[in-house]
Design a protein around this ligand. Structure first.
Ligand SMILES: Nc1ncnc2c1ncn2[C@@H]1O[C@H](COP(=O)(O)OP(=O)(O)OP(=O)(O)O)[C@@H](O)[C@H]1O
Ligand SMILES: [Mg+2]
Ligand SMILES: [Zn+2]
Length: 223
């Protein structure tokens, strides 16, 4: 029997995700097996601790069933490799929706990471100092293969993003798309304005993302 390989991708595909080659002696790929194992082991305590690590206290309790119905439906129908772009005005609940998705995915056994884009760029830049404990590579690399990556507040700057921010975002998105791993992005900008802030290569890669619009007014003004 021949061994499933990258040269022969239609043979021996994972029967769960239909994306990656299956494990040598199992019907699923290694990633799907890991998610399944994580789900078996997850306890409420462990899941809640992980949610607290990833999500700020204001959003700890966020749940999918509190989101607008249209957003709930889109999230339910998402394919496992699809990127998502939350494009909406200020205060409409983008960060809240991401927190609700993180909660859902953690309980399903997925590994998630969340970054605030500008903060992350500052952190990676600080890794260039000799005193830093982590290298740039060590900070960016794990985000390229985590199951689900959430990037909050992309393109906050009003003018051109720095070359550094561009390279960081491009390398993350490009590598994740090549690996068919989803990235969930929130922004106050349209794809056209993101194209101006970054460039056409990024805009092109964002065209394939599923758009989720929360709609409604700025929820902060109601508080
Ligand atoms: N579905 C919801 N149910 C209850 N409260 C919500 C919901 N969505 C958002 N909120 C609350 O509304 C406020 C604004 O939400 P959030 O921070 O998610 O907005 P945002 O779109 O991320 O804003 P910004 O563009 O400024 O980042 C928060 O206090 C949040 O807790
Ligand atoms: Mg936000
Ligand atoms: Zn799989």
């Amino acid at each position: 029997m021949s061994i499933p390989s990258k040269q022969n991708p239609t043979f021996g595909k994972c029967e769960n995700c239909h994306l990656r080659p299956k494990h040598r002696d199992r019907a699923w790929c290694e990633r799907c097996i890991m998610v399944w194992k994580r789900k078996q082991k997850i306890t409420e305590r462990r899941a809640e601790r992980e949610i607290c690590r990833l999500v700020e206290p204001l959003y700890w309790k966020a749940r999918i069933d509190e989101l607008p119905e249209k957003a709930q439906r889109i999230i339910e129908e998402l394919k496992s490799f699809q990127d998502v772009l939350f494009i909406d005005p200020i205060g409409t609940g983008k960060t809240y929706a991401m927190a609700a998705m993180i909660r859902k995915y953690i309980y399903e056994g997925y590994e998630c990471e969340r970054i605030n884009f500008d903060d992350f760029c500052v952190q990676v830049r600080s890794a260039m100092s000799p005193a830093s404990k982590k290298t740039e590579w060590e900070m960016i690399e794990p985000l390229k293969h985590v199951d689900k990556l959430f990037i909050d507040d992309l393109g906050l700057r009003s003018k051109q993003e720095t070359d550094f921010a561009y390279v960081t975002f491009y390398s993350l998105l490009n590598k994740r798309q090549e690996r068919m791993l989803p990235t969930f992005i929130s922004t106050n900008k349209s794809i056209d304005r993101l194209a101006q802030a970054f460039d056409a290569r990024i805009a092109s890669r964002l065209q394939t993302a599923v758009l989720i619009e929360m709609g409604g007014p700025d929820r902060r003004t109601k508080q």
